[in-house]
Design a protein around this ligand. Structure first.
Ligand SMILES: Nc1ncnc2c1ncn2[C@@H]1O[C@H](COP(=O)(O)OP(=O)(O)O)[C@@H](O)[C@H]1O
Ligand SMILES: [Mg+2]
Length: 242
């Protein structure tokens, strides 16, 4: 096992079986991602991106193959064990943000810490720290349905980070937001990665993948290319005014 790996998957396959057909969604995929990498996983619709995200995120298990996440074997865990490793090691960012709409921004960010049993003063301190990081201190007491899509995604990023996950895993993080706000999200990912976070994002948009340091392309459940991004697009945080 490599010391510096955040993720090592070896000969992973995923076959969905229904009554009449079998779909090979991932076909013998092998790669590893080191700590502090910033990787984009790309591919057309149906290429297996979401399936891979579910396996990497310990939301599902592969049909065969092995998966080591931050030094821990994942492929044979029970649902309860998967839930535990998921909560400890992964911060999720979803295309649809997945915030609770009727509670405040602050409460959304506090919630995972409440479930994890972190004492109240520390919960608030950490929530405020990460809301500051994503530039949303001034919207802390709004409910999440009172802010824009880009802002909601920034709240989701703060929420994903409060338990210090080993990796930040984002599935089409900019799929539902306007271009200028998407750039802001990428600037935040870049900043997080600069400060040592491992970032893995799934996207079908070349403009978004351009921000990563490495791009893995899937097609028909297989890796077709896995390359360093030599023309990486670097962005600065703008002064967030909204
Ligand atoms: N729960 C499922 N049951 C059956 N087939 C599935 C299921 N999820 C995905 N698939 C199939 O697996 C393949 C890969 O899907 P997916 O991982 O969602 O690709 P992507 O996210 O790249 O669009 C597709 O052919 C899809 O139809
Ligand atoms: Mg998908």
């Amino acid at each position: 096992m490599k010391q510096n790996s955040a993720i090592q998957i070896t000969h992973i396959s995923k076959i969905y079986k229904t009554a009449y057909i079998e779909t090979v969604a991932l076909d013998n995929v092998t790669f590893s991602i080191d700590k502090s990498e910033f990787v984009a996983i790309m591919g057309p619709s149906g290429s297996g991106k979401s399936t891979l995200m579910h396996i990497l995120g310990a939301l599902d298990t592969p049909t065969s193959g092995s998966y080591i996440l931050d030094g821990q074997k994942v492929e044979n865990l029970s649902d309860d064990e998967l839930a535990e490793i998921r909560n400890k090691k992964i911060g999720f960012v979803f295309q649809a943000f997945n915030l609770l709409p009727r509670i405040t921004v602050l409460q959304n960010v506090v919630l995972p810490m409440q479930y994890a049993g972190i004492p109240k003063p520390e919960r608030l301190e950490r929530a405020e720290k990460y809301l500051k990081m994503v530039g949303l201190t001034h919207r802390m007491h709004h409910t999440s349905n009172q802010i824009s899509g880009g802002q909601q995604q920034r709240v989701a990023i703060a929420r994903a980070l409060v338990l210090n996950p080993a990796i930040l895993l984002a599935d089409e993080p900019t799929g539902n937001i306007a271009t200028a706000q998407a750039e802001e999200i990428m600037a935040i990912f870049q900043e997080l990665n600069d400060s040592g976070h491992t970032v893995i994002m799934i996207t079908h948009e070349p403009d978004i993948a351009a921000h990563s340091k490495r791009v893995i392309h899937l097609r028909d459940g297989k890796i077709i290319t896995d390359e360093k991004n030599r023309n990486r697009k670097l962005v600065k945080r703008t002064n967030i005014i909204d």
